[in-house]
Design a protein around this ligand. Structure first.
Ligand SMILES: [Ca+2]
Ligand SMILES: [Ca+2]
Length: 280
């Protein structure tokens, strides 16, 4: 765990950033209005995404079942396009690609993450939970105001994050043109071991890339009426939850500190995991 410095920051992403990053029309305007958010003292967040080994200990001790199906990436034989398909027999133990114990756990839903956190809280006597969306973004930015904590040059990504890069594109035979793959090599086709890449200024690994991270809040289409004290926003569409930071499969516009995405809370997929947060 890493203590988060008390402070305030500008949360959100401007229309100008959405434009510059080539965010598709239907995904624009989700991270406005930008607003000042204050993070109270005493919060802490995981330095790493939760690993397969950590989730495995939870399952071994409790017998918890994280379902029997997961959305995996497959190439459609007819159209030759990659897309997500839900497959029985796939799950956090068998994702369809090689994962070591130190890789982030995937194929876990928001509810699975909450079950893990309840177990961890019982075991440790501390109150673990998912990060609020504000805490997550504060932690991801670590003082940076732009789209990414490593600065304005997208290709610097490959020393800071596991993203959709040249390695993945060549292994999976994607075309690089017009989808804004990161034009650098991070040397990982799928997930990477946690902590393999450089940290941001708060000492946190993989806040961008590797796996999308579940957030405590309910989903709202923009920040009108959102809390400004760092607490989770628990009204709105609670069947959907934010997932932040992009993943190993994400092209440039999906890998932004202020960018937002949502998933149905029961969704289990090969690019989604979580990290933990803790109150004082
Ligand atoms: Ca990669
Ligand atoms: Ca991540």
């Amino acid at each position: 765990m890493m203590p988060l410095p008390q402070g305030s920051f500008e949360m959100g992403a401007s229309a100008a950033e959405d434009e510059r990053e080539g965010v598709p029309e239907k995904f624009r305007g989700w991270a406005v209005p930008e607003r000042r958010v204050t993070i109270a003292t005493g919060k802490a967040i995981g330095v790493y995404e939760v690993t397969r080994a950590e989730f495995g200990r939870f399952v071994a001790e409790t017998g918890f079942s994280a379902g029997d199906a997961c959305y995996i990436l497959e190439r459609d034989a007819a159209t030759n396009q990659w897309g997500y398909q839900e497959r029985r027999g796939k799950g956090w133990r068998d994702t369809g690609f090689r994962q070591g114990d130190d890789h982030p756990v995937v194929c876990v839903s928001w509810d699975d993450a909450k079950a893990y956190l309840a177990w961890l809280s019982r075991k440790s006597g501390r109150k673990y939970r998912l990060p609020s969306e504000a805490e997550w973004e504060y932690a991801a930015r670590a003082g940076a105001e732009g789209a990414r904590y490593w600065g304005d040059i997208p290709e610097v990504a490959c020393s800071f994050a596991n993203v959709a890069d040249i390695t993945a594109a060549s292994a999976l035979n994607w075309t690089l043109s017009n989808v804004r793959t990161f034009l650098c090599a991070d040397n990982h086709v799928h997930t990477a071991p946690v902590g393999r890449f450089r940290t941001n200024r708060f000492g946190l690994h993989d806040m961008l890339g590797n796996v999308y991270e579940w957030i405590e809040d309910c989903w709202n289409d923009n920040y009108l009426g959102a809390p400004t004290d760092g607490s989770p926003w628990l009204t709105g569409d609670c069947a959907r939850r934010p997932a932040r930071g992009g993943s190993w499969i994400s092209i440039q516009w999906n890998v932004r500190a202020g960018g937002r995405a949502w998933l149905v809370s029961g969704y289990r997929g090969i690019s989604t995991g979580f990290r933990v947060a803790r109150d004082p």
